[in-house]
Design a protein around this ligand. Structure first.
Ligand code: S3P
Length: 745
């Protein structure tokens, strides 16, 4: 990026201004840099360090020739600086500042330079350091930090562009917001914490027993009050300059503090736990943002690719993470039950965590997850509270579709949003039948998210013939049926996973299943129970295919759910000649479970029976890899649903296989794949996953038999369903290297 700023003047030679100018100099954006500070030493030092070329004790002289002026002084000093420099400003000079309150700077600029002055661009870098002053200046201070620019309607476009460019040169991520919003956000995220920290130290220090307090104060005190060592003058000015917004957020805080006090006084441990678990979840999420592993828009924050190369024969006995479908449902029903539900084996993947967070947002106290254990303090069928904002469901279609049914029965309004992939997925399939039940559901264009549901509608039971085999739609309607007048029944065209029906029964709710029709009656109650989530057969499938295609392999997957509506992958692999054995079959909490032993076998191509398609709906990406390694042709038909999953899985898999040298063709409702046979090897290449977790993992499996490394792009979403995939895969014989490419946004 070539940015030409000309002569730059810095007024105020502290860490913030000097670091920026250092970065600008290094990037060659300046022709000259002049500086001013009230402190002569700072000016001399800045010159010696080569941060500025010249200085003067006359502020007016420093800015007289400047094209780009950085005002980097304490908030309350801005006005007098402007008054002093106004008469000497060069025509068209651009000015900007770095203050953490924008409203007060905006008024200073308007008062001194005129209400329509467009050359001053208000800015605020969200960066700093414990160190201060010229000597601490660091050209990298802003790298990957946010800078907020708050343009006003009269701000000149070219001035705005130059300031944005100058921050980008320093490596900053520039965002724009309006002045008032900025000051509200900063009051909450920065000013209130500082105020509380100062106040707490003052409270404790002014008690006569303070010696004791400081003597024994360890980590908590130290961590909470670190910021009370900041500059009192600076903070006095900020508290004054942003008075209104600080008072607003302080009032809110005081209310919540009073409420927490009441919970403690009443010894209401569940409510106290609610505050603590919500806070911990939010803090953990924030830590992920800091580490750039945040769930919120993962595709934008981190780019993870896999470099996968040939592996060895697989061996070992291990357990893959918990079933995603059952994990979602355990949170939903546990939240609406009377009593406390204990879940073990919960999938700590991003999708099921999205459901968990949604219920926390609706006031349910949920402890964990910790090593797969979750404790849910149910609020009863009518105990959910309105969430503070939209429910963000990330990549998870199951969350959005099942929640749509539950939300239709609530008294409050809800908006549900998701990431880029979820935002493209069809929601009309749930919105339409919910509307028939009397729900008030809105979607964006052509039935896509966001989904908005108006609360307070009286639902009535309907009979619905599902136009497609979908457990999500079936479950959505049965869950809405819990809130409907009379009976709700759903008939499916082919059997789909029945975890909702089974779990409702586990929670003591009557569900009638008659052939392909499931029926519930509204108005019942759920009673809390314990849930042991088996390992997810959909995650196990990657290892079933891996062990099948890699000669000499012999692995055992423990405690895998083998619900008859989910075992298509076993049936299909067996039909292809796979060597799969179910051991130790048992029933756990209403779901059949087994250990599964898989040994390598030369697979043969088949025409996959269409009745197996809904039973293996999530496993086709890996089955395509199995087909590519088989002898002969494999034909898949009746699987058009694959085109509306997290990606168009037919296209994504066919394209990827073709890249690796396989003869594969997509059809409207499936694919035709010519197997490479026993000795065949994949060629290397770059695989586009469309951020789909199962596409990424399937090609990692393919790499076992690759001649050249395979680079699998955009794998961050593997964490939605299988957070420890790479660890388990490498542990049993695969060879996957994780490459992090940092931020793309
Ligand atoms: C799921 C149902 C299936 C499946 C999804 C989970 C569920 O979706 O693909 O991963 O938990 O009910 P459809 O209902 O859209 O087939």
């Amino acid at each position: 990026m070539t940015v030409t700023l000309g002569h730059v003047a810095v007024v105020g030679l502290g860490l913030i201004g000097c670091s920026w100018v250092k970065a600008l100099r290094q990037a060659g954006c300046t022709t000259a840099v002049s500086g001013f500070d009230r402190n002569l030493d700072s000016m001399q030092q800045a010159q010696q360090l080569g941060i500025i070329d010249s200085y003067s004790e006359q502020l007016a002289e420093v800015v007289a020739d400047a094209d780009f002026i950085i005002v980097s002084v304490p908030i309350k000093a801005v006005r007098s600086v402007l008054e002093e420099i106004a008469p000497s400003l060069k025509h068209n000079a651009i000015l900007t500042d770095v203050g953490s309150v924008k409203g007060s700077v905006a008024s200073d600029v308007a008062a001194v330079l005129g209400a329509q002055f467009g050359r001053f661009v208000l800015g605020h870098p969200i960066a700093g350091s414990e160190r201060s002053g010229v000597a601490a200046a660091d050209a990298d201070l802003y790298r990957r930090h946010k800078v907020i620019i708050t343009p006003q309607p009269h701000t000149d476009t070219d001035a705005l562009q130059q300031v944005v460019a100058a921050w980008q040169v320093a490596g900053a991520e520039v965002e724009q917001m309006d002045v008032v919003h900025h000051d509200e956000v900063l009051a909450a995220t920065s000013h209130l914490p500082h105020l509380l920290s100062y106040n707490l130290v003052d409270t404790l220090a002014s008690r006569h027993e303070n010696k004791e307090i400081f003597h024994y104060a360890a980590g908590g005190f130290r961590d909470f009050t670190r910021i009370a060592a900041s500059s009192p003058v600076m903070w006095r000015d900020i508290f004054s300059a942003n008075r209104e917004q600080i008072l607003a957020v302080l009032d809110m805080f005081q209310q919540d503090l009073t409420q927490l006090r009441q919970h403690i006084e009443a010894d209401d441990v569940t409510q106290v736990m609610g505050v603590l678990t919500r806070a911990k979840a939010a803090r953990d999420h924030f830590s992920k943002i800091l580490a750039r592993r945040a769930y919120v828009e993962p595709m934008k924050t981190a780019t993870i690719s896999y470099l996968a190369s040939a592996g060895r024969a697989l061996s070992g006995q291990f357990r893959v993470p918990g079933d995603k479908s059952i994990s979602h449902r355990s949170i939903m029903l546990g939240s609406l039950a009377n009593g406390v539900t204990e879940v073990s084996g919960f999938l700590e993947g991003e999708d099921s965590l999205a459901t968990l967070q949604a219920f926390r947002d609706m006031g349910v106290v949920i402890e964990g997850p910790h090593r797969g254990r979750v404790t849910i303090h149910g609020v009863g069928m009518h105990g959910l509270q309105p969430p503070p904002g939209s429910l963000y469901l990330g990549n998870s279609g199951t969350s959005m579709r099942l929640l749509a049914g539950l939300m239709a029965g609530q008294k409050f309004n809800v908006e549900m949003t998701g990431d880029e992939s979820l935002s493209k997925r069809p929601m009309g399939r749930v919105a339409d039948p919910l509307a028939l039940m009397g729900a008030n559901v809105d979607t964006a264009d052509s039935g896509r998210p966001p989904v908005r549901i108006r609360g307070g509608s009286a639902l009535r039971g309907i009979h619905y013939d599902l136009p497609m085999a979908s457990a999500q739609v079936k479950s959505c309607l049965l869950l809405a049926g819990l809130y409907a007048e009379g009976e709700t029944s759903v008939t499916e065209p082919a059997p789909t996973r029945d975890h909702t029906e089974r779990m409702l029964k586990g929670f003591g709710y009557d569900v009638q299943v008659d052939g392909s029709t499931a029926t519930v009656k509204g108005g019942g109650e759920l009673t809390a129970c314990d849930i042991d989530v088996p390992a997810d057969i959909s995650s196990a499938a990657f290892f079933m295919v891996a062990a099948s295609i890699m000669p000499g392999s012999d692995i055992t997957l423990e405690h895998v759910g083998i619900n008859p509506t989910r075992i298509g992958v076993i049936n299909i692999l067996k039909a292809m000649g796979g060597n799969i054995e179910l051991l130790n079959e048992r029933e756990v909490g209403g779901e059949p479970v087994a250990d599964i032993r898989i040994r390598s076998a030369q697979l043969k191509g088949i025409h996959i029976p269409e009745d197996q398609v809904p039973l293996a709906i999530d496993e086709f990406p890996s089955l395509f890899v199995a087909a590519a390694c088989a002898d002969g042709e494999t034909v898949l038909t009746g699987a058009e649903e694959l085109r509306v999953k997290e990606s168009d899985r037919i296209q994504a898999m066919v394209d990827g296989l073709v890249t690796l040298g396989v003869d594969a063709k997509g059809t409207d409702d499936g694919a035709v794949i010519q197997g490479m046979g026993g000795d065949g090897q994949f060629g290397g290449g770059d695989i586009v996953t469309y951020h789909d977790h199962r596409i990424a993992m399937s090609f990692a499996v393919a790499s076992l038999r690759t001649a050249e490394p395979i680079r699998i792009l955009d794998c961050a979403n593997v964490a939605t369903s299988f957070p420890n995939f790479v660890e388990l895969a490498n542990g049993c014989g695969m060879h996957i290297e994780v490459v992090e490419e940092g931020a793309t946004a």
